[in-house]
Each structure stands twice: as structure tokens, then as C-alpha cells.
Design a protein around this ligand. Structure first.
Ligand code: PLP
Length: 363
């Protein structure tokens, strides 16, 4: 926490705004809108997953539709496709950002159209805080007139050619889960181009209650709005977001400085014009055996590190879903490791971590 969160939460208690309604909600949304710019409108919700679900609903995704999703991601990117009875189609990543590969995306779209169905939407992810190749992906999507939802759950504070992540397409998603760069303990947001779409999102998120003195409903709603108490935490967190990004980027720079002498450790550099919040610092090792050796050596010292995301096309739950692969995400899963990346790591922590890694590379 940054410091001001408790004051905003106390204000919610003092004024008795303990509901999915109130001044902190509006204040939190205003501060995100101001941060993102581009005249974007933001609806804060109960989670990033809820935001993806609502976003797909707003794009008109329904039962039997096909939705293309980046395979290299956390399962929450893809799960909401199935909530709607739609079919996920997984597409692999390219090597420069680890996100959706534009060429493979086009191959996939062409083949889906040939087999009779135009995909209803595309989910592109800014994985680990690195923006996806928005110009290339948007060009392909526009060519076939398919909307792109940007899953920016991990990338608040990142930029693509000067534009904030979350605003790279007409519909973006943020997460404020406990593990993200800023948190409300749990929460998310949908970022849209218009006041009307924001209002529509809030309407569905508040049980789709029609205007009437009694309770009346013309469509199915959800209970997806954020509470005014948690939005108070979010207001305080927005005040420290730039510090959090700086701290995460400093972790990454430290790892690069200490480890890149070893030819065995590879990093994901920022392509020109892209700036990552470095939510997690990731390294890629020569093979699975070295990756495991380092992970276990750290664990022995009570330091947690984690393999990179296991791609969706390798997940048992999605084994029947169609996929378009080039081997990139499977290789990264085998050889990649997320190092400790918290904004509160100190220099001593970082030295301890890098020493263990170095000792296990030289042997
Ligand atoms: C965290 C995360 C989500 C889901 O957000 P929640 O707020 O935890 O529901 C979605 N996509 C990605 C890539 C994430 O990392």
C-alpha cells in the first residue's frame, strides 16, 4: 500500500458508502481515465475476469461463436469465452514481445473463414507488461473486420509508441488483483471508447435493472460492479502507480546488469517504441534442465520463482480447442522463469537472488 488508501477507505465508512456505488468509485474511475488519456471511459468491476466476460458480451459474442485468444497467457484470458458458450481458438506468440503473432493470426482467420465461420473477436494480451504488436495485429483485425479486446491485466503503466496499454484497441481490460502492479485486493476495469458503452457495461454489471420503480429486467445481468470500499484502495494506489512501475523496472534492470554477462541467461528486450512496466522480470535459460536447477536452488533458499505461463493449448481443459502454433510459447514455457519481482524488493534481496542464480550457472 502507498499511504493514502486507508484515508479513502475510512471516508467510505465515515460517510456510510458501503455499496457498489459512491464517491470512491467515481473518483477511482476518474483517476484511471485521466491516467490513460485518449478520451477513454472506464468502468471498474469486481475482477479482470469479469471485465473480459463483460467485454466479450458487449462485442456480441454468444453460444457457438469462435473467439481467437493468445495461447501464451493466464487462463483468465480464455475462460470467459467458455462462459458464453463460445469456442476458444488459440494462436501462438512471436519472439519480440511474446504476444500474439500477427502472421499466424492471419493464417488462423483465413482458415476459420474458409471452414465457414468468421471469428467474432480476438483477445490480445500484454503479457508480463510487454505491449503486444498493436499496429500489426490491428491491421489484420481491421482487414477482416474483427474487434480486438486488449487483455492488459498485467500491463497498467506500460506504453506502446506513447499510448498507454489498455487503450490500444476499442476495448481494454485491467486487473487489480492482489498480484498485479497495483491492487484493490480484487478488482478489474473495462476501458471503452464511449460513454454509452461504459453505461452499458455498468448496467449489465449491476444486474441489468431497467428503469422502473419496481425491479424489472429485459436482459440477463451480472453482479460485477466494484464496491465503493475497494475503490478507495484503488484511489490511493493510483497515486503511487508511477513509483510502482519505476520499482519493477529497476528490479528488471538489476537482473540484466547482474546476469546478462552469462551467455546462458536471456531477457526480453523492449522493441523500439515499446515500454514495459516489467510487472514480472522473466529470464529464458538454455533448456528445461537449467531452468529447473535454478528454480530448485532458489526454492532451497526459500525464494519462490515460477515457470512462465503454461500455454492454453497445452492445458488439459483446452485440449480439444483448435490451435495455430509455431512453437514459441511451448519453448518459453520449457525454458523460462519468472524471478521475484515485487515492488518492495530491496537491494539485499536482489543480490541474494542473483548470487544464487550465478552460482548455479557456473557449476
Ligand atoms: C490477472 C489476469 C487476469 C484476470 O484478472 P483477475 O482480476 O484476477 O480476474 C486476466 N488476464 C491476465 C493476463 C491476467 O494476468
Amino acid at each position: 500500500m502507498g499511504g493514502n488508501e486507508e484515508n479513502y477507505v475510512a471516508e467510505a465508512f465515515k460517510t456510510n458508502w458501503i455499496a457498489p456505488l459512491g464517491p470512491n468509485l467515481t473518483g477511482f474511475e476518474d483517476s484511471i481515465e485521466e491516467f490513460l488519456g485518449e478520451s477513454k471511459r472506464v468502468a471498474v468491476l469486481s475482477s479482470g475476469t469479469a471485465a473480459i466476460h463483460l467485454g466479450l458480451k458487449i462485442l456480441g459474442v454468444g453460444a457457438g461463436d469462435e473467439v481467437i485468444c493468445q495461447s501464451f497467457t493466464f487462463s483468465a484470458s480464455a475462460n470467459p469465452i467458455t462462459y458464453l458458450g463460445a469456442i476458444p481458438i488459440f494462436v501462438d506468440s512471436e519472439n519480440s514481445t511474446w504476444n500474439l503473432d500477427p502472421e499466424l493470426l492471419e493464417d488462423c482467420i483465413k482458415e476459420r473463414i474458409k471452414s465457414g465461420k468468421t471469428p467474432k473477436a480476438i483477445i490480445a494480451v500484454d503479457l508480463y507488461g510487454m505491449p503486444f504488436m498493436a499496429d500489426e495485429i490491428n491491421a489484420v483485425a481491421n482487414k477482416y473486420n474483427i474487434p480486438v479486446l486488449e487483455d492488459s491485466a498485467e500491463a497498467l503503466g506500460s506504453t506502446y509508441k506513447g499510448k498507454k496499454c489498455g487503450t490500444l484497441t476499442s476495448l481494454g481490460v485491467l486487473s487489480f488483483n492482489g498480484n498485479k502492479i497495483i491492487t484493490t485486493s480484487g478488482g478489474g476495469a473495462l476501458i471503452t471508447d464511449s460513454k454509452e458503452i461504459k453505461e452499458k457495461a455498468v448496467f449489465i454489471a449491476c444486474q441489468a435493472r431497467d428503469e422502473a420503480p419496481h425491479y424489472q429486467h429485459s436482459e440477463i445481468g451480472h453482479n460485477y460492479r466494484m464496491s465503493n470500499v475497494l475503490a478507495g484502495i484503488g484511489r490511493g494506489q493510483m497515486e503511487v502507480l508511477p513509483e510502482r512501475v519505476a520499482a519493477r523496472r529497476a528490479n528488471y534492470d538489476f537482473y540484466v546488469k547482474e546476469l546478462s554477462d552469462s551467455k546462458q541467461v536471456n531477457f526480453l528486450d523492449e522493441p523500439k517504441g515499446l515500454r514495459s512496466n516489467r510487472w514480472l522480470s522473466c529470464i529464458v535459460l538454455p533448456n528445461f534442465e537449467v531452468r529447473e536447477k535454478i528454480r530448485i536452488a532458489l526454492l532451497k533458499e526459500n525464494i519462490e520463482s515460477r515457470p512462465l505461463w503454461k500455454p492454453m493449448h497445452e492445458q488439459p481443459v483446452f485440449k480439444k480447442s483448435p490451435n495455430y502454433l509455431n512453437g514459441v510459447s511451448s519453448e518459453l514455457f520449457k525454458k523460462g522463469l519468472c524471478l521475484p519481482s515485487g515492488s518492495n524488493l530491496n537491494r539485499e534481496d536482489l543480490i541474494r537472488i542473483t548470487n544464487i542464480i550465478k552460482n548455479n550457472l557456473h557449476q
